[in-house]
Design a protein around this ligand. Structure first.
Ligand SMILES: Nc1ncnc2c1ncn2[C@@H]1O[C@H](COP(=O)(O)OP(=O)(O)O)[C@@H](O)[C@H]1O
Ligand SMILES: [Mg+2]
Length: 468
């Protein structure tokens, strides 16, 4: 059994605790259900395709430049705990004090050291300006593989507020000085990445993100570095984390959970077809775009793994038993995590949660007993039992039919997958991004970074990140 010290991410951001689905402040209503059921079948013809903003590369510089609370909610006639996250926190101010992806350590007992075997070659080194912003032509419209290396520098952007904090740095809202559009930049402190033995994962994050292109995956436009930090330029996804929506709603109605689960399923299907395991599925890493469709962000643990790997990483509540037991594992850990995600969306807490102690969670995962609350739809429960199973010969997604077995499960019966893939199905909840582009109101507030970005000087770790 792993010790806490082996795991990178811990969940510490908690629920507002006191809201339920009938609350006037709950953003999702049960009444959303019939509409969603209808739209999932594709009756709605209103197309909500991605906007130009979502796929617009930032212009480049043309000049050289350098827990659960006590189960006390009234909606729970069975007495089944509805919330599983620490003390109720009624005030959003709480979040300002709390980093929900707080560094809780490090992993890597058996680094795999597998050579990169991506379909696509690494971006040409020649495109990297020498610590400057020599202009390069914008990437062609939607090439098979985007060339994302070294096109930007810090001076191309005006850094604005923090959108989220992570284990090694933070994500900022930024505005391009060239096209005035908004982007998100993930800033990773090199020293922290090295200290937490995440060099390989960070290089993988960059490489995997460069390689993928899918409606439900975040778009990476480029990366750069200075003496202290690594920077990843992504689309800004305005609608906030699914985590926040779920905590505000307490739990999602069955069709709402189904909608998000279906979009995640399509993304996993795509990633697995490229032999990429995602390994960090959880609501904190699922963002809502302005129309309410999902974008998966955070490829910090994503890795190309054609068969089997051993690295212990992820977030305790979401770890599959074979990971907890330090066995070799494969893509099917993502299907396990999908089960945990669906459970959390339907119930408001994760199935193995236990007093907030990761060791307790691991014990529960290995015991494998899941209590299904009576309000879970029988089809959903059937799917969950087939995903949250330690028996790899039975786990849906890992069988002969692969991800199609998941998609063909009765719980997803009304999903028209082709239309969903095209975002041709209305989302159940449209985030109130009222102030237009650059509105970050859907994100929690965090204390801002005090150390200046863009410092020159000693860079003992620069050589470790050749692709940035
Ligand atoms: N492209 C993005 N647009 C808006 N917010 C983002 C974006 N990427 C990440 N975030 C926010 O920043 C948080 C931390 O980023 P993430 O990549 O998950 O870091 P970590 O690997 O440390 O968990 C996310 O949970 C999310 O709230
Ligand atoms: Mg994250």
């Amino acid at each position: 059994m792993p010790t806490l010290g082996f795991l990178k991410k811990k969940r510490t951001k908690d629920s507002t605790g006191s809201k339920d689905l009938d609350s006037p402040t709950s953003p999702i209503k049960d009444s959303a259900s019939p509409t969603l059921t209808k739209t999932l079948t594709g009756f709605s013809t209103h197309s909500k395709g991605s906007t130009t903003h979502e796929s617009t590369a930032p212009s480049q510089s043309t000049q050289a430049s350098t827990a659960p609370s006590k189960p006390s909610e009234p909606m729970n006639p069975s007495g089944f705990p509805q919330q599983a996250y620490a003390t109720p926190q009624a005030s959003p101010e709480h979040y300002q004090q709390t980093s929900h992806n707080a560094p809780s350590i490090q992993n890597l007992i058996h680094p795999t050291n597998q050579p990169y075997q991506g379909q696509s070659p690494p971006p040409p080194a020649a495109t990297k300006p020498a610590n400057g912003g020599a202009a390069h032509p914008p990437p062609p419209a939607q090439p098979a593989v985007r060339t994302t290396k070294g096109k930007y520098t810090l001076t191309d952007f005006q850094i604005q507020r923090t959108l989220g904090t992570g284990s090694f740095g933070r994500v900022h809202l930024v505005q391009s000085k060239h096209n005035q559009r908004f982007y998100a930049i993930k800033v990773l402190k090199k020293a922290q990445v090295v200290k937490m033995k995440q060099v390989e994962h960070t290089n993988d994050e960059r490489r995997m993100l460069q390689q993928v292109k899918h409606p439900f995956l975040i778009t990476l436009w480029g990366t750069f570095q200075d003496s202290k930090n690594l920077y990843m330029v992504m689309d800004f996804v305005e609608g906030g984390e699914l985590f926040s929506l779920l905590r505000k709603s307490q739990r999602f109605p069955n069709p709402v959970a189904k909608f998000y689960a279906a979009e995640v399923t399509l993304a996993l299907d795509y990633l697995h077809a490229q032999n990429i395991i995602y390994r960090d599925l959880k609501p904190e890493n699922l963002l809502l775009d302005r129309h309410g469709h999902l974008k998966i962000t955070d490829f910090g643990f994503a890795k190309e793994v054609p068969d089997i790997t051993w690295t212990l990483c992820g977030t305790p509540d979401y770890l599959a038993p074979e990971v907890v037991a330090s066995k070799g594992y494969n893509k099917s850990v993502d299907w396990w995590s999908l089960g945990i995600l669906i459970f959390e969306m339907l119930c408001g807490f994760t199935p193995f949660w236990d007093g907030g102690s990761p060791m307790k969670i691991y014990e529960n995962i290995l015991k494998g007993r899941v209590k299904y609350p009576p309000y879970i739809h029988p089809d959903a429960q059937d799917l969950l039992q087939k995903l949250i199973t330690p028996d790899l010969t039975k786990r849906l997604g890992n069988l002969h039919g692969g991800s199609k077995d998941v998609m063909n499960h009765p719980w997803f019966a009304e999903v028209t997958w082709e239309r969903l893939q095209k975002k041709d199905i209305d989302a159940p909840y449209v985030p109130p991004v009222r102030a237009g582009v650059g509105d970050a109101s859907q994100f929690d507030k965090y204390p801002e970074e005090t150390e200046a970005y863009g410092q020159s000087g000693d860079d003992p770790h620069g050589h470790l990140f050749p692709d940035f």
